[in-house]
Design a protein around this ligand. Sequence first.
Ligand code: 6PG
Length: 478
Amino acid sequence: GTAQIGVTGLAVMGRNLARNFARNGFTVAVHNRTGARTRALVEEFGDEGDFVPAGTAEEFVAALERPRRLVIMVKAGEPTDAVIEEFAPLLDEGDVVIDGGNAHFADTRRREKELRKRGIHFVGVGISGGEEGALHGPSIMPGGSAESYVSLGPLLERIAAKADDGAPTVAHIGPDGAGHFVKMVHNGIEYADMQLIAEAYHLLRSVAGYSPARIAETFRTWNRGRLDSYLIEITAEVLAHTDAATGKPFVDIVADQAEQKGTGRWTVQIALDLGVPVSGIAEAVFARSVSGHGALRAASRELPGPVPEPLDGAAAERFAARVEQALYASKIVSYTQGFHQIQAGSETYDWDIDLGSVASIWRAGCIIRAAFLDRITSAYAQRSDLPSLLSDKGFAEEIGAAQDDWREVVATAARQGVPTPGFSAALAYYDALRAPRLPAALTQGQRDFFGAHTYRRTDREGSFHTLWGGDRSEVSTG
Ligand code: 6PG
């Protein structure tokens, strides 16, 4: 075969990825379960580069130079297993099978182990940037063996987005499921970012009394500062859009029930297993869930509470400036939590993930790309063993400077009855970390009381139990 890479599964992501490889000078074998998509791709985009259309799995495999590199771009879950089962018997030792879908990292670990026994490299690759990114340059998070990256890396570097300093936004994340794990946390952070922006919008609308168009302007202004990011940019676009049918702001005619395909939920499920407090991401997942419970919301509409009273003039503007501070501070917290989860995953699964490198490949191409990620990249460059993003002096100072406004925003939201679970959870996390003493001591006392679960003391080593049902003397338990 002559093709340097193959793509099977030619729905929009697969098609755009194949075109991206071809536009960058690679010969690309293309295959789809139903031939019509393969033919359509070559007909429409054949002049963009060298495509080798394959009608069958055998033809596809034969079209690839060896060791083969083939990218699977089908739905996560069973469809991915089915395609792997179809191709694996046709492959040889040393071939590289790449899963570019949003797979669960545990599935990727299982598949990698299975294929390794057969001498095949299985590489789970997180790809972010949506359809446009797949075509023009995504952020790419490959897991799998270091050996597979030697063969695959140069191709991925060509098709990846380029950060401002020209570096391609791809790096070998670590073995087996590391790439998909990091992509999962990327999506969790994406959920948190989106939720925080949504809360900012809600406050500007209800408390500052701004129109969607005015809020679009506000976001555009913010986007010229430290919040400069893709998500803020598209937020302004969405808010400025008018519905053609009704002439109303688009945001007012969309049903207010957020959906999800599941990667944010996975992030939280795994965080619970790892014992990592990703409260910002969790609140974002739950906020979507609350919004989706239409019947529950309808049944609760008459519950008592304040109706927000919009501010006017200068007061509204002052409040809007505070919301910017709250948004920025909460964003620092959600990234702190997300990076904590990556660090914990890396330790648990022995992945040896370089957190600075993760930050650096999120600088461009992906959905959470932002000027902010330059800051995180340099924080890790200054100190690669940073225990937490909040231990970085720069971030600590910024959050310190933002906190008065942040507290004021959360307090105002509570008083006016505007739900801000993201801002509030982030602030609670910040204050919990700062607290010299937490009420967890009381929790331990309760656990010891009802279940003899024991506690540790502040002044002596060992574990202890108080004889609550007896004379309340203390016994040492080890
Ligand atoms: C990306 C996105 C993408 C993801 C959806 C998730 O990085 O390009 O994260 O991979 O599929 O945007 O969306 P929902 O869970 O909100 O459907």
